[in-house]
Ligand binder design. Structure first.
Ligand SMILES: CC(C)(COP(=O)(O)OP(=O)(O)OC[C@H]1O[C@@H](n2cnc3c(N)ncnc32)[C@H](O)[C@@H]1OP(=O)(O)O)[C@@H](O)C(=O)NCCC(=O)NCCS
Length: 188
């Protein structure tokens, strides 16, 4: 599939490009990002270059994953990434630490979900995070995912295992119908 560009009220979502490599490298040094995602540790400039230059375009081409950079405008620096991991049936995201806590990811994921349900015939999206990732879970709850409980994540961690995590689901029919699902436990 050809890469596409999406817009939300405040942001442009467009595929990471060559001049984002430094921003990806810098963001992926963050300890929390490394703790809660599967990025390589230590994270090198070559990792960032391979992500932007090889993984992202290849995944767009073969339709396995649609990765969007989050920016304030088309030419603005990359703040983070939100992704429709089509082959896994899941959404994923990370944000540079300096931009967290201002609703950026909630808005970006809503924009992604609108696009997915408008352009893909998928009926069910999954979200998962490692146990304890309250920030990720708060975003998932706010964009409408249902709480499915704890269990093994589908993702394989750096040790080659499926980590224990928090799981959520969003059905096409549910998308946009409820502001905040009440069945979620207090996670903090
Ligand atoms: C998860 C993440 C993307 C959230 O991005 P964000 O833009 O800060 O998210 P939002 O501001 O839209 O919403 C997050 C909410 O959770 C809250 N939150 C974030 N971290 C929290 C924590 N550790 N404990 C409690 N609340 C937390 C935020 O304060 C915010 O709530 P508020 O609006 O009431 O202040 C970001 O924290 C991140 O990149 N984390 C590291 C990578 C990661 O974990 N990715 C997800 C893997 S599953």
């Amino acid at each position: 599939m050809e890469p596409v560009t999406l817009r939300t009220a405040r942001f442009v979502l467009s595929p990471p490009r060559e001049d984002d490599i430094d921003a990806v490298f810098a963001a992926c040094q963050d300890a929390e990002l490394q703790r809660y995602t599967t990025v390589p540790v230590p994270y090198s400039a070559d990792d960032a270059a391979a992500f932007v230059g090889e993984f992202v375009p290849q995944a767009w081409r073969d339709g396995t994953e649609h990765v969007f950079g989050i920016r304030r405008d088309v030419d603005a620096p990359l703040m983070g990434v939100v992704s429709w991991q089509r082959a896994r049936g899941a959404v994923g995201y990370w944000l540079d630490a300096q931009h967290r806590g201002r609703g950026v990811m909630t808005e970006a994921v809503r924009g992604l979900l609108d696009w997915i349900f408008a352009h893909d015939d998928v009926e069910l999206l999954r979200w998962e995070c490692y146990t304890g990732n309250v920030g990720s879970a708060t975003v998932a709850q706010r964009v409408g995912f249902r709480w499915k409980g704890e269990g093994l994540c589908s993702v394989v961690d750096r040790e080659g295992a499926h980590p224990w995590g928090w799981l959520g689901e969003l059905r096409r029919d549910d998308h946009g119908t409820v502001q905040l699902r009440s069945e979620w436990p207090v996670l903090a």
